[in-house]
Each structure stands twice: as C-alpha cells, then as structure tokens.
Design a protein around this ligand. Structure first.
Ligand code: URA
Length: 459
C-alpha cells in the first residue's frame, strides 16, 4: 500500500499539533505506514513530538496500542492450560525479579510463558542474565516453548516472534527525538507488546526514582493506572505495583552475579528489598492465576514455596529444561569467576545518603555487564556488588562495593566510577561529633528507602 494514497500525513501532524484528537483510521494509517517504511522518520518525529506536547486522550492511547499490537505477530498461548499470568517491569538496575518470581508462581501450577528482553543502556535484561548459566538456551522454538510450559509450568525465552514491530521502530525514534517520557506513548509501547504476547493476566512493576523513566511515585502511579485501564479494555486482568528505583534492587548488579543473588533469594537468603518485591508480585500473580483467594494468601503461599524449597526445585527444573546445569543451585562455582575483582573502601566515616541507581548501572555496564552498542558482547562475569546501601552507616576503611570484570582496564574504570558515586554520597561526620541527629534522620531515610513498594493499583 502506498500510504499517501489514502490519507495525508501532513494533515495528521497538523491536526495533532493543534491539539485535536486523531481518529482510529488516522492512527492506523500512521502505524501501518511507518512500519512499512512508507512514512519517513521526519514526519513520524513531528507527530511524536505533537503527541508528546499535547498528550493523548484515552481513546487515542487505546487505538495506538491496538494498531501497534496488530503490527506484527500475536502469540497464541491457547495450547497451554490454565490462566497464563505475565509480569513486566518498566526497567531498572539490579532487577532480577523474574528469576525469583517465575519459579515461585509456577510451583503452584500457574503457567508462566514469558518472553523477556535483553539489557538496554544502563538497565539489564533477564535473557542476558539467564545466558550466564552455562548451556542455558533462551531461543526455544514456539513448539518447544509451549511444550515446556505444559510439561514443567514455566519457560522464559527471548523474543522470537515479531511482536509489535511498530514499537521497535518507534521506540528507536523516540529514543533520539526526546519523546520517550510521555505516559501515553510509554503505555502504548509497553501494552502493545504485552497484549501481543498472549497472557491472560499481567502484573506490571512500574519503577519510580532516579533509575527509572518516572521520577516520582505520583508519575509512576498515573502511568500504572493508565496501563491497568488499557489492559482491562482489552479484557486482561491487570495490576500495577509501583516500586522504588532510587537505588539498585538488591546488592548485585550484572549478569551471573544477579543470577547468584536470585538463587540465594529462592533459598530464603536474599536481600530484603528484592525478597519483599518478589513476594508481593508473586502473591498477586498466584491470586490472578486463581490459585489463592487473595493476594495476601498468595503472598503467604509464595513465602512457603521459598521455605519448603519448592520454588528452588522449580528453578532447577527450569534451568535443566532449557539446557543449563541444574546443579547451579548448589554449586556456584559453575559460574566462571571474573579475572579481576576490585574492592572499594570508604575514605570516611558516615552514612550513605544516596546511591543513584543510574550511576551504578552505568558503572556495571562499563565493567562489561551491558552493551554500549547492539553488537557488543557481554562479559557475563562483570558487574558490581554493593555491600552498603542507602541509609547504612560505614566506618572509615569499610568495604563498600566490589567491581568484577574480565578486562583490567574496564574493572579499574568502573571501580573509579563506583568510588565517586559513594565518595560524593557519604555524609562525612567529624570525629567526636554528636551523631544522634544524623542517626535519626538517616534512620528515617533508610526506613523510607527500604519500603520498596510505593503503591499497588488495580486490586
Ligand atoms: N519500556 C518500553 O517498552 N517502552 C517505553 O516506552 C518505555 C519503557
């Protein structure tokens, strides 16, 4: 089809520029034409900017989501019995929750047929993390994927089908035209992919804070509500959890280092923020999958699955089914150690006032854990382990963090960055000073920062 035969892109841009609402036909024309390379980037950019500046009505967001969903394959999960429940995080640093949550939920017979992404910029991706387990495959065929979910209750793979190709093109354009941070555009981008991925219920983990698109809890809650509304219009069960991303989730940031932390969490030894977020989301998923009477009951069941070892056993089954070595749950030496390991110690005594997730994510990426270009190979051993987080008190000389990498130069550069992040964020305290006031305010800060869940929408 030649796009210009039916409608005029100039007129559509001008209409949106003037604050008018676009029709279903106009939105479909734009999405079809842009996906088919019939509308040039400069016209698409102008329209995106008009959408960004003037906002989108609920109907426009619905139509945009629908058109983007229909731009590619729709995954058919009907051959899997039961209510398929998916989860999606808007992206963060140290977010390994899928590896903890999926086996917990699947251990109760709620099927998890999940397609995950690779790392992007300073945020990591579940598929890359999984591939740090030697032998683990993330490229199952559609038949293998469905069969595995029917056999063991879960599978996690990279995107195989051409899901929402319109979003892929538009997201790349938004990334370089200052139009990412629009809640209407983010909603249609995320929901088009989720709706095309075939699950019946979706729990969204919308991050807020320094390392997230949405900086405040209020902005994140508004985005969560918008995505819940859109998903429900498409007949899906929807819940959004708003969680903190002012500092990394858990202590490990990287690939194999995050898988190790996920395994420890499944054994009940995980960091409190990661454990809390995983149990909350898992509880909601078990409830939406109709295996618990309430999210609270679901959460109790999730806790039990960790206590009695059934979640860990499901994780081992999942690793084995996808070609990895299941002994990894008891033998971490299966992960190759990094050649270089650099400790960062505190130059002063004080409290950690802040630990910006973005800077830690960037340092981990520079150590080799993430890609700078799409073609880059990831160093699975690379990353950062944080021994001290926001609100913690540290003595002079205390170990704050360690950096891992197979490349000495990269390890040193990342260690320098991490040292700067901590250096500029420790409140130094004079010797013999009265600490009571600082202790009080830092106690409050830690309390506030450690409440990882900020809100739940849709229950
Ligand atoms: N994640 C997405 O997939 N799309 C957005 O627009 C933002 C975050």
């Amino acid at each position: 089809m030649n796009a210009s035969e039916y409608m005029n892109m100039n007129a559509i841009i001008a209409k949106k520029r003037d604050g008018l609402r676009l029709t279903k036909k106009e939105i479909e024309f734009f999405i079809k034409g842009y996906t088919a390379d019939e509308i040039p980037d400069y016209q698409a950019s102008a329209l995106l900017m008009a959408m960004y500046l003037n906002g989108l009505s609920d109907d426009e967001i619905f139509e945009l989501t629908d058109a983007m969903k229909n731009s590619g394959d729709i995954v058919d999960l009907s051959a899997i019995n039961g209510i398929k429940v998916d989860k999606h995080s808007t992206g963060g640093v140290g977010d390994k929750t899928t590896l903890v949550i999926a086996p917990i939920v699947a251990s109760f017979g709620v099927p998890i047929a999940k397609m995950s992404g690779r790392g992007l910029g300073f945020t990591g991706g579940t598929v890359d993390k999984m591939e740090s387990i030697p032998g683990m495959r993330t490229d199952l065929s559609a038949e293998e994927f469905i069969k595995q979910v029917n056999d063991i209750g879960m599978a996690v793979i990279g995107q195989t089908a051409e899901v929402a190709p319109a979003d892929k093109k538009l997201y790349a354009l938004r990334d370089v035209t200052g139009t990412v941070g629009s809640s209407g555009l983010i909603t249609s981008s995320i929901m088009s992919k989720k709706l095309a991925s075939g699950s019946d219920a979706i729990v969204l983990d919308v991050k807020c804070g320094d390392g997230a698109f949405m900086k405040t809890k209020e902005e994140a809650a508004a985005l969560g509500q918008m995505m819940v509304n859109i998903g429900r219009k498409f007949g899906k069960k929807m819940v959004a959890v708003i969680s903190d991303m002012n500092q990394p989730l858990g202590n490990a940031v990287g690939n194999s280092i995050e898988v190790k932390e996920a395994i420890e969490t499944l054994k009940g030894n995980g960091p409190s923020d990661l454990t809390e977020l995983s149990l909350t989301i898992a509880g909601i998923m078990i409830y939406l999958g109709e295996k618990a009477d309430s999210p609270v009951d679901g959460r109790k069941m999730a806790e039990n699955a960790i206590k009695d070892g059934s979640a860990l056993a499901k994780f081992a089954e999942f690793v084995a089914a996808q070609g990895g070595n299941p002994s990894v749950i008891n033998d971490m030496s299966i992960f190759k150690p990094a050649k270089y390991r650099i400790g960062i110690t505190s130059r002063t005594e004080g409290y950690i006032a802040d630990l910006p997730a973005k800077n830690i994510g960037l340092a981990s990426q520079h150590a080799g854990a993430g890609r700078l270009t799409k073609e880059d190979e990831i160093d699975m051993t690379a990353g950062v382990y944080l021994y001290k987080k926001t609100g913690d008190f540290v003595q002079k000389g205390a170990l704050l963090a360690e950096v891992f990498s197979n490349d000495k130069r990269r390890a040193e550069a990342a260690a320098e960055e991490i040292s700067e992040v901590y250096g500029s964020n420790i409140c130094g305290i004079a010797e013999n000073a009265d600490l009571s006031e600082e202790k009080e305010s830092m106690g409050a800060l830690k309390e506030n920062k450690s409440s990882i869940i900020k809100a739940v929408i849709g229950l």
